[in-house]
Design a protein. Structure first.
Length: 237
């Protein structure tokens, strides 16, 4: 069965999200899930992951990446949290040069506050998936099921540690978001976004207490809002 027919069938059958890999046991980072999907006729298997879900400020960003498994993978490819910032940057550049497709989606703090972080994460993932060209015909997603797409998919717990496509998506998302937060630091230099990238840490909490939140902050997150949520908000330079 070819990929085009599978995509058509996926649109017709909501239960097509059921995994191909019910009996698969994978230990360690590799391309097992991708190759099993290829063996079933899927051509464009996209890994999907997010970064910034736990931040106090800035957007949640999702990455999507379709790897070309006929080409060597970047040396050191892994879950972005396990890779140094310098190595992440070099891996990201290599992925951009060799991947079939990659993309990002982002949802800003204001919308995160309005719809909650879980729904915002899913929306960022869907935006990343929709931006892929060529389009994905199968999804490997870190931890989450996406009901907002009819594409067949597999949610993999700790997927960025066992699927090379999800690991690649995590690197793409992380390097994009880190660069964005360094840029936003120039608009809001009081908070140290170029260092902690919006995550909660002692210096970040201290800056919020001293200066109040700025428009990048997620007002529904603990430690951000004061008794008067709109009081003292800092505007960009």
């Amino acid at each position: 069965m070819n990929a085009r027919k599978r995509e058509r069938d996926a649109k017709l059958a909501p239960d097509s999200r059921v995994s191909l890999f019910e009996n698969a046991f994978v230990h360690g980072l590799g391309s097992d899930f991708e190759r099993m999907a290829h063996d079933e006729g899927f051509l464009f298997v996209a890994g999907v992951d997010e970064v910034g879900r736990g931040c106090l400020a800035g957007p949640v960003v999702a990455g999507a990446c379709i790897l070309d498994l006929s080409k060597p993978l970047p040396e050191g490819l892994d879950d972005s949290k396990k890779v140094t910032p310098e190595k992440r940057e070099s891996i990201a550049e290599e992925l951009k040069a060799t991947a079939v497709a990659y993309s990002v989606g982002r949802i800003e703090a204001e919308e995160i506050d309005r719809i909650n972080i879980l729904e915002a994460t899913k929306k960022a993932m869907l935006a990343a998936i929709e931006a892929l060209s060529p389009a994905a015909d199968y999804l490997l997603i870190d931890a989450l099921q996406l009901k907002g797409t009819r594409l067949p998919q597999k949610a993999i717990i700790k997927g960025d540690s066992i699927s090379v496509s999800i690991a690649a998506a995590s690197i793409i998302a992380k390097t994009y978001r880190d660069a964005l937060m360094r840029e936003l630091h120039n608009e809001f230099p009081l908070y140290g976004f170029d260092g902690h990238k919006g995550y909660g840490c002692a210096s970040h909490f201290a800056a919020i207490r001293e200066y109040g939140p700025c428009p990048l902050h997620r007002m529904t997150f603990r430690g951000v809002a004061s008794d008067s949520p709109d009081a003292g908000r800092i505007t960009p330079l």
